[in-house]
Every structure is written in C-alpha cells, then in structure tokens.
Design a protein around this ligand. Structure first.
Ligand code: GRF
Length: 206
C-alpha cells in the first residue's frame, strides 16, 4: 500500500528527486501528494512541476510568527491527507506545537552526519574540519529540538579519503539518496513505535 507523503524542501531538492526516481522504479511504495516550500525560488519546485505534483508555498514573510506559519503548514498537510511528512533539505526548524503534536512520529528528516555528532548546518564541513575518518547519514523523527528526535536509521560512510568538505558532501549525498527511499518505503509496511527515545519498527500484520 502506497504511503501518502508530503515533501518539505527549501532548496535544490536532490533528495526529493531521488525519492521520485525510486518511487518510479517501484522500489519505494509511496505517493508524493504535495511539495511544500518556504522558498519560491527553490529548484525543488521545478522538480514537482515536471512530475505534476502540486506545490504549496508558505513564505516566512507572509506570517506574523513562526507559529502561524507552522499552523498553515499543518493545514496544508491535513488538506492533502498526509500520512508521512518528509523533510528534504527544509531549512527551518518546525516549532509549532499543533503541527508537531498532530504529526508526532510522522515527520522524518535526513541529516548528513551520524547524529548526535555534527547537528545543525554544514554537518559535512564540521565532520571534515574535525578530521573525522567516519561520518554518515542519519534519518530521524522530528521534534522541537535541532536534529535531536529519535533515530530511525543510520549508515556509516568512510570519509578518510575525502580531500574537502565538498567531497564529503558528494559522498554522503549518494548514500542519502538510497537510504531515504528505503526508510520511506518502510512506512508502507508498518510503523515505528517510539519508547524512551528509541524507534522500533513494527511490521503491519497482514
Ligand atoms: C541534504 O544534505 C540533507 O541531508 C540535508 O539538506 C541537504 C538537502 O539537499 N538535510 P537536497 O536539497 O535534497 O539536494
């Protein structure tokens, strides 16, 4: 059964595109019902349009507060009967309580490092500059913290051969593109129970 997902993106949207490719290839059982963005210039918009996916824009400047903005995002998610919210390079932290409560354990994010190491922006640069030999990719549930929600999936990547932060980013991005689709697909087969900060996959009984 396809899981109905809403994608939130602010930028180039390569994870969004990779997800659509994996869906088309039959490896990810999901349907993207809407792209929501805070950035009217996001490249992700073109990707949505060429795939006939509706686009909704919620720009910060059009709301009095972040809470109001997140409330609008919640309304949009409800409107598209969203089952899973997939953050793919969405550059704002979701803060609105009604949104986080209504979609608790149904919002996921991908982060280009092994959390809790290197949270926040420029994680690849942080890892490179720290001289880390190993970094990786984390997919986690979103809560009000910065990259701090329960971890669903992690994959290690050897970055000891990388000569710049840009090389680290490129190496991790390839892994992100496959990993995110795998995790999204898992939601078509079950759900995650979160207990004591740990997420455990519970397959659906057929
Ligand atoms: C990715 O590195 C992702 O891990 C991070 O933001 C970046 C988004 O890239 N959260 P893209 O827009 O999917 O190309």
């Amino acid at each position: 059964m396809d899981v109905k997902i809403a994608v939130l993106a602010s930028g180039r949207g390569s994870n969004f595109k990779a997800l659509l490719d994996e869906i088309s290839a039959g490896r990810c059982h999901a349907k993207v019902t809407v792209l929501i963005t805070n950035n009217p210039d996001a490249k992700a918009i073109e990707i949505a349009k060429s795939n006939k996916i509706p686009v909704e824009i919620a720009e910060r400047q059009n709301f009095g507060s972040r809470d109001e903005m997140d409330l609008r995002i919640k309304e949009l998610l409800d409107k598209y009967n969203t089952e899973l919210v997939v953050l793919a390079g969405y550059m704002l932290i979701l803060k609105g309580k009604p949104l986080l409560e209504a979609y608790q354990n149904r919002i996921i994010n991908i982060h280009p490092a092994l959390l809790p190491s290197f949270p926040g922006v420029d994680a690849q640069k942080q890892a490179f500059e720290a001289g880390a030999r190993v970094s990786g990719v984390t997919i986690h549930f979103v809560d009000a913290s910065l990259d701090g929600g329960p971890i669903i999936y992690q994959e290690e990547v050897d970055i000891s051969d990388c000569k710049s932060a840009a090389e680290v980013s490129a190496k991790l991005l390839k892994v992100e593109h496959k990993a995110y689709a795998k995790v999204v697909d898992s939601f078509s087969r079950g759900h995650y129970a979160v207990e004591g900060g740990r997420a455990k996959f519970i397959p659906r009984v057929k």
